[in-house]
Write a protein that binds this ligand. Sequence first.
Ligand code: CAA
Length: 285
Amino acid sequence: MARDFTKVGVIGLGTMGAGIVEVFARNGIDVVAVEVTDAAVEKGRGVLQHSTDRAVSRGKLSEQDQAALHARVQFTSDMADLKECQLVVEAVPEHLDLKKEIFARLDTIVSDDAILATNTSSLPVTEIAVATINPKRVVGMHFFNPAPVLQFVEVIKTVITSDEIFEEVKALAERLGKKPVIVGDKAGFIANALLFGYLNHAVSMFESKYATREDIDAAMKLGCGYPMGPLALMDLIGLDTAYEILDTMYKQGRDRLHAPTPIIKQMVSAGLKGRKTGRGFYTYA
Ligand code: CAA
């Protein structure tokens, strides 16, 4: 029988992690939200505050419910505070060694029956799982940005994930109001495998000055009915994250479609990472 999740952990409070914290807290689940430094913790708290303020200002959340939501979240820079969590979702940057190190540490902190999930977009979940003593309890739980809005979650089952754990994560995703799909451990899973070649191609069109950023975005938004154009979407995802996803997919498949267009790395080096830094392909107030 699926357990009733009452307390979960989220490690990494960047764009995705902070959104995932909000998803759990909005659904009445207590969350231990972990970052490495106090400054990063405060940044994560700010992202949650900003997102829920917006929901309040749009009349989607009452001030009382906002206060209750925030009261469910314990922010900390100490991973040991995850001790009582029944599930921990890791959402740190896309570096395999970092993720493996975190999962190995988690093994020593949480109870034996806790579930460990990674929100990785493109790294091998199996590699992360085998960094732990009990890889059967490791799954991928891949949310989409903005996590509080998009109703899709890819649940990644490795060859060693236990069926029971996998079913529990699927049921939890449904409880969070998401549509879970089951997918194997292949770079990019379903959505990113289809999306990132397209985004890369759009950046390459922009780089070669074939068309302006506005026209590229208008083509897909107005011409094809996408909710936003590819360059605006790159800014939302974050150019650093997009670069890492493309690079991982390229290294796994060696297909030209995913060879990161050079300007992405240049923009990342220059600090133009998209919305998170106030400037990417567009400038944000
Ligand atoms: N955080 C929280 N909520 C947000 C938000 C954010 N960053 N951005 C928008 N919202 C909310 C708004 O508050 C609003 O909520 P209500 O309907 O409850 O009022 C709702 O989303 C719609 O927002 P807007 O009216 O401001 O704007 P919109 O209708 O243009 O929608 C959007 C904005 C949801 C971002 C939409 O443009 C969209 O879906 N874009 C595509 C996003 C996408 O493709 N994401 C996948 C990226 S790939 C990925 O995530 C995988 C990976 O591994 C990197």
